[in-house]
Structure formats: structure tokens, C-alpha cells
Design a protein around this ligand. Sequence first.
Ligand SMILES: Cc1cc2nc3c(=O)[nH]c(=O)nc-3n(C[C@H](O)[C@H](O)[C@H](O)COP(=O)(O)O)c2cc1C
Length: 141
Amino acid sequence: MLVRLMYASRAAEPVKPETVNAILKKSTVNNPSAGVTGVLCFSGDIFMQVLEGGRSQVSALYNRIAQDPRHRDVVLLSYDEIDERSFAGWSMGQVNMGRLNPAMLLKYSETAVLNPYAVSGKVSQALFDELVATASVVCLG
Ligand SMILES: Cc1cc2nc3c(=O)[nH]c(=O)nc-3n(C[C@H](O)[C@H](O)[C@H](O)COP(=O)(O)O)c2cc1C
């Protein structure tokens, strides 16, 4: 019984690379034992993350992440039961935002700024899939 959950949040404070690295490091330690895979995307002060795995494991992790003081305004963008994972190879990949194409953001939103709060969950999902396909995913584990 696999599910995929996507959420967005705003960083509580300006995010340093060390903060993102610490989150990714923690994810690569914790996620494999829970059988959770996914991708974390960070741009400006916005986080977007996809978590996939068993329903109870994904649910427990999402609840834990939502309490994390390093971000706020955690909003659930989509939740689906899935037949297969999209990110089976990544305990937590990171989308390399340096390679983001503004035209791709404009394709899905009013401005070339990543703002999942301004679009539907369906649009966020389409944008995220394209981000992952076109920006490189940095894999830490
Ligand atoms: C944006 C964001 C994404 C996170 N993603 C994960 C994750 O995928 N896996 C994880 O274990 N912790 C993640 N965390 C950290 C958790 O909120 C929490 O600090 C951590 O799971 C605690 O683990 P510990 O009990 O082993 O110290 C994330 C935190 C933030 C702010």
C-alpha cells in the first residue's frame, strides 16, 4: 500500500546551505529504514517536498516534519495512493534549483517565481514532475 504526499512550506528564517544539507543528511539517515523515498526542492524561501512510501510511514513522517520549527505555513498540496514510486532511487533527492528554467515556471504560474500557495495542487504536481525531469536531482543517499 503505497502513497505519495506533496506539501509546501515557507522557511522560518533565511535558509543557509547548511540548513538544507542538515535536513537532507537527516533524511538519508532516517528515510531508508522507514522505506520512504522522495525529493526536496528549495527555492527562495519555499520548500516543496514529495514523500512516498507506506501509508503509515509517510503519514508519521509528514506529521513530524510539519512540527519542525525551521519552516511554517505547511500546506498539503496532494495525497494519492500510487501503484509505483517515482523516486525509488532517492532516500531524499534534492532538486538543483540553480538549473531552473524561468519559462517552465511561467508555463504553470502567473510569474516566474515558485509559489505553490498561488496554484492548485494539480498544477504544483505537474510543475514538480517537470522540475524533477529537467533540473538535475542531486542524490545524497
Ligand atoms: C523541509 C523539511 C524537510 C524534512 N524532511 C525530512 C525527511 O525527509 N526525513 C526526515 O527524517 N526528516 C526530515 N526533516 C526533519 C524532521 O522535521 C525532523 O527534524 C527529523 O526527522 C527528526 O529526526 P530525529 O528524531 O532522528 O532527530 C525535514 C525537515 C524540514 C524542515
